[in-house]
Ligand binder design. Sequence first.
Ligand code: UGY
Ligand code: MN
Length: 251
Amino acid sequence: MNKIKLTAISTTVVERDHAVITGDGFVNSAIPGWTNCEVNVVINEAMGAKFCQLLVTLNKATVLKGTTEATQIFFYVIDGSSEVIVDGKTHQLTQGSYVYIPVNKNYEFKNASENTKFLTFHKTYEFLEGYKIPDVIVANQSTVNQNIYCDDPDLLMQNLLPDQDNFSFDMAVNIFTYNPGANLPFVETHIMEHGLIYLQGQGIYRLADKWYPIKKGDSIWMAPYCPQWFGALGKEPAVYIYYKNVNRFPI
Ligand code: UGY
Ligand code: MN
């Protein structure tokens, strides 16, 4: 018997205050200055968000060249390798490397290995009187401490940007690791917004009053005040990297 492939099925969900984006509906975008690459705009203002999250696939011929202008950009290497030139210096990037580029900076990424995957977060910078614009940061997650979160040794948090004690930054990017069976200790409901992608593992995410099975590669948007909870399932840790707006007056 002929097998018919159903093409009207998707695991992607977009609601008013949250979205789960599994990639089955991706259609590529072209970005001025970014050549020979595949770009998927996973989260942006059109959805109701106040930031933007992209997934970029690079190859040997890719060049990502531009100026940040009013919007700072955080680049994270999910897979593969590349080179970045920023502030007149060239840095080699490998899996787990990240580059924070503040406003009004030129940047150029090139010489990527085939099928390199970048995650990017973009946020319009909110200046704060008395605080200087942050400097460029180039680092790797392997150099960042894992701190115990909410007194649970099975919840581990890495703060990739110095958001906690530095009001120059108005955004945070963290890597959250849940050992098998671990869960958020309560349903969070807060003014900060999130964008995230799963780097490893699986589990169940509660968003508002809905429950979603989530796995490596899936992305989530959480609007301000979207109730949120996660429990890790399976035999390996569940890990996600996420964006959060921080450190500014609520009005
Ligand atoms: O930082 C946070 O708000 C984090 N605990 N939220 C989340 O993982 N959904
Ligand atoms: Mn949260």
